[in-house]
Ligand binder design. Structure first.
Ligand code: ARG
Length: 273
């Protein structure tokens, strides 16, 4: 009996010691150094479809997404005091990822459109772009109107896709042959279709076609005409995230004013004209 009592007492002593150890506050930096430690930075997840050089593409040595958009959003984060993790996901998953909170920002050469603006809030525009078309050098197709009756590859649900559909409707409305539009999952597939001769032409954002030509001169591809649309890229965010809208727009304005934007621009496009 006495033994049992001692064991019980022992257990109680241990428990109470354990509890006091737990509840005892750990000394923090402040107490040790006397300095106030910085509050941890907010981290935002940015997403893009990384087959869209020079805006977002996979660095083959690190296997990480890189490019103009990646540098841009990191610089905006630095200017506005947040950290950025950039992830490569499918184009069609970008807006859903924002809505189910897997991501906070879409930075993916995404054109500001009225339809998209019903679902997301766009930042102030950060890049002026437009749609252009390309063909093999020896192609008989010389102007936009020659595309009637031809096959064209585009990335699905992009402004290239919408431009191809508009062109198709224009042709059929004028009693000409329409376009056979091949709607592909990513931008890399689009260039591949042209390279392998599976389509007559492609439509894509002009700076992206130009970058492809620069990196693949042996493909013998030509951009016969200037861009036929004017578009602006914006960073897409959840409508409710007013604080983030503010941080992004202020950060963008700041890096435009202090020369950081120009540095990033020159890194990917050379000196501004
Ligand atoms: N600017 C076009 C659009 O918004 C194409 C963007 C495609 N971006 C990408 N990373 N694949 O529809």
């Amino acid at each position: 009996m006495k033994k049992a009592f001692l064991v019980l007492l022992g257990i109680l002593v241990c428990l109470s010691l354990g509890l006091t150890a737990c509840s005892k506050p750990e000394p923090n930096n402040e107490e040790i150094t006397g300095e106030t430690s910085e509050p941890p930075k907010m981290k935002l997840v940015a997403v893009g479809e990384a087959t869209f050089a020079p805006f977002e593409y996979m660095d083959i040595t690190t296997n990480k997404p890189t490019g103009f958009d990646v540098d841009l959003i990191k610089a905006i984060g630095e200017a506005s005091g947040f950290d950025v993790e950039y992830k490569n996901i499918d184009w069609n998953s970008l807006i859903p990822a924002l809505q189910n909170k897997e991501a906070d920002l879409i930075v993916s050469g995404m054109t500001v459109t009225d339809e998209r603006a019903l679902e997301v809030t766009f930042s102030d525009p950060y890049f002026t772009s437009g749609q252009a078309w390309a063909v093999p050098k020896n192609s008989p197709i010389k102007q936009l109107s020659d595309l009637s009756g031809k096959s064209i590859a585009v990335q699905i649900n992009t402004t290239a896709d919408y431009a191809a559909q508009t062109l198709h409707e224009k042709f059929t409305g004028e009693n000409q042959k329409g376009i056979n539009i091949k709607r592909l999952k990513n931008a890399a597939d689009v260039f591949n279709e042209l390279k392998t001769g599976a389509v007559d032409a492609i439509i894509c954002d002009l700076p992206v076609i130009q970058e492809y030509l620069k990196n693949n001169p042996e493909d013998e591809i030509l951009i016969p005409e200037p861009a036929f649309t004017v578009e602006y890229y914006g960073i897409a965010m959840r409508k409710a995230d007013k604080e983030i809208h503010d941080l992004v727009n202020k950060g963008l304005a700041k890096i435009k004013a202090d020369g950081t934007y120009d540095e990033i621009y020159e890194k990917y496009f050379g000196k501004q004209p």
